[in-house]
Write a protein that binds this ligand. Sequence first.
Ligand code: UD1
Length: 420
Amino acid sequence: MSEKIHVTGGHRLEGEISVSGSKNSALICMAAACLCDDESPITITNVPDISDVSVMMDILSALGKKITRERDIITMSGGISDYNVPLAQSSFIRASVYCVGMLLGVMGKAVSGMPGGDKIGARPIDIHLQAFEKMGASCSVRNGRIYAEAPNGLRGTEIYLRFPSVGATCNAILAAVRADGKTVIENAAKEPEIVDVCNFLMKMNVSVFGAGTDRIVITGNRRHLHGGFEHEIISDRIEAGVFAIASAITGGDVWIKNSVIRHNRPLISTLTEADVICRETNDGFRVTGRGKLNPLNITMMPFPGPPTDLQPLFTVMATQAPGESLIVDNVFPDRFQYIYELVRMGADIEHFGNSIRVKGKSNLIGMPIEGTDIRAVTALVCGGLIADGETIVEGVKHLERGYVQLDEKLRALGADIQII
Ligand code: UD1
């Protein structure tokens, strides 16, 4: 029988919690470490111990990289010797697609399965491939495989992304590192995880300008990349959001430590508008619910807009606000599959296009429900925190993909939650 998350609602969350390293940032930096074939190791710290990271380790090891892991520290050294991304593993995680940009730079060739990850609507890779083609590669997708080749190497160029895709920006950056000459990426994503990988690359001796803006300039450097440095992964702003929203909806008081305010600004701003008290501290922020919430009117957008990964959690919050909330997702317009489980629990949610209208306040009732992606499962768990009785959430594997012991952390804050 598969494991399930059992949550009994009605407990106010209170206390301090430390946020783990960012999943998305760790996965990008691991791919970036493979651009350098130095025997001097690259040490990446604050890497979350989650299954997506284990899959990425398996993939990069299969490509030839030497990788060891001890607690939250990963050490990577040596070179890449294969351009075939293992098919099964590539379909487990979205970040496997970063191997294509990296391998094009290192080997001039890449073959990979289509990336996996959360099922949150169509997730094409056309912008990634357009960027590679602009740099001189030929790319195709056939029979569920990505083929990319640049026999004469990649050349620096100007690339305009039609949408500031996080993945395409990362892939263009990774490919540009070993291209000939300068690459300019316009309409680049500005997410903190992009800034983190650019900081990582600068330690490797890559010339990068403009990280965190919509114009990133990279000067290709084949010969002088080096290892022998340490990089600490930024903390996970989406995990911080889970604790913040869990505190807000339970009328709790949670001090979220090891968290960067600038990365959490869109979250804090949304909470403040909902009448939740947010106080900045020297290493994070403290979220105190007043026991009442204002309705939300928010649109998920690329950073610095509210993050789409928190959209399902904002929906749970909206169910507790008297009045009508409007939630729009401009990043993943189809990311609303989870709402039907909340409706079964008693929420009043109407879905139209890329938006939902939530009428609150609803009394949620605990029952068996299923989450089909990482963020949906967390939202349903949060629904369970405020529901009457016991909520049994199916989808433990999704939780383990993205969060370090989220159940234990919520329990430490007073939640009644068990994985059984
Ligand atoms: C990354 C994150 C994910 C987050 C998302 C947006 C990882 C492993 N995942 O996903 O948690 O929710 O950023 O912040 O870091 N698009 C295209 N063509 C492309 C690429 C993207 O049409 O070639 C579209 C997507 O379908 C989506 C939008 O652009 O509608 C944004 O996607 P993108 O920013 O690329 O997200 P990911 O990198 O997949």
